[in-house]
Design a protein around this ligand. Structure first.
Ligand SMILES: Nc1ncnc2c1ncn2[C@@H]1O[C@H](COP(=O)(O)OP(=O)(O)OP(=O)(O)O)[C@@H](O)[C@H]1O
Ligand SMILES: [Mg+2]
Length: 311
């Protein structure tokens, strides 16, 4: 089957800065794909190349088999991109912006029903006739999303669509994007909210300094060694300056942090039994009044991987 997006050895430099150092990625049709990476990793550069807004110095990219340079129109037709930057024309109303965008793809009145559907899904109906400059940042972002979808592209790329968006709207957006994915659209998402990626994406690539440093299913990433850690945070009745001598060395080794009435232990999620650890702590005369556990998540995997590899 033709890939949704095929990226082959893509390189891009800005002067002496190698923003992309030979990126290879294949995104399958129907996938919900997460493209993650710290600031400056090269995500938007790669997206701009896919969208035909920037040219690669080397390598090639195709969307549904259409080369983004040689076959630009067809590639562009298959693709909807929500840019990271808020770019808009201040002189038009929301509906006008969407109608103009429809026109770029050769669509006229027959697209009006879909525009209404988009406005409704993105809670923009009551803003349809409002001028773009009179919208809040979050509303403008929603218009950008509607704009990217106006021609019903099979492949949708969202470059940090929830930056600066409130919690309620984020939920609305994700519900909407999930529905698109269920209808068969391929979704590529970049986000710095890793819990979003963890919830939504099937497969994840992590880009760092212009290179893909991880590419795997979310499930596999979450099974990596680092996710075996489990943090146990304990609140004690009395402040503790020093661990009591009576505390077994095996438990003592697990204490990573001790401050006032707070104690933080790093456990192994399968090998350590929380009840036994607590019993040992109580046995050493420490009175526990409250406790909390924290499991490693995608964010921990991300931090581990991106802090390891520095070029
Ligand atoms: N037009 C440009 N001219 C010069 N350098 C650029 C240009 N666009 C991007 N860069 C540089 O390329 C690198 C990658 O930038 P890019 O915007 O792709 O990162 P990003 O992964 O999208 O980061 P963020 O998470 O902050 O959006 C950065 O070092 C950036 O400064
Ligand atoms: Mg970016």
């Amino acid at each position: 089957m033709t890939a949704a997006i095929s990226i082959n050895n893509v390189k891009k430099s800005y002067g002496s800065l190698d923003a992309l150092k030979g990126v290879d990625l294949t995104i399958n049709r129907g996938e919900f794909f997460g493209l993650l990476g710290p600031n400056g990793a090269g995500k938007s550069t790669l997206i701009n190349i896919i969208a035909g807004l920037a040219n690669a110095d080397a390598g090639s990219v195709s969307v549904l088999g259409h080369d983004v340079v040689g076959d630009y129109r067809q590639a562009r037709q298959a693709l909807g991109v929500v840019p990271q930057e808020l770019v808009f024309d201040a002189f038009f109303s929301v509906r006008e912006v969407l109608k103009i965008q429809s026109g770029y793809f050769g669509l006229g009145k027959e697209n009006d029903a879909w525009i209404d559907e988009l406005l409704d899904a993105l809670a923009l109906t009551d803003k349809a006739n409002v001028n773009m400059r009179a919208l809040s940042g979050g509303m403008k972002r929603r218009v950008l999303i509607a704009q990217a979808l106006v021609h019903k592209p099979e492949v949708v790329i969202l470059d940090e669509p929830t930056a600066g968006v409130d919690v309620e709207l984020r939920k609305l957006l994700w519900g909407f994007v999930e529905q698109l994915n269920q209808k068969g659209h391929t979704i590529v998402l970049t986000t710095h909210y890793l819990e979003e990626a963890e919830k939504l994406c099937d497969r994840i690539a992590i880009l760092n300094h212009g290179e893909v440093i991880a590419l795997d299913s979310k499930a596999s990433l979450l099974q990596s060694e680092i996710c075996n850690k489990l943090h146990l945070i304990i609140k004690t009745a009395e402040p503790i300056d020093q661990l009591p001598d009576a505390l077994a060395p095996s438990i003592r080794d697990k204490v990573k942090y001790l401050d006032g009435c707070q104690m933080r232990l790093e456990l192994h999620k399968d090998k350590d039994v929380i009840v036994d650890v607590l019993a040992a702590i109580a046995g050493a005369g420490i009175k526990v009044v409250d406790l909390e556990t924290e499991r490693a998540d995608l964010e921990d995997v991300f931090v581990e991987l991106t802090s390891k590899k520095v070029s």
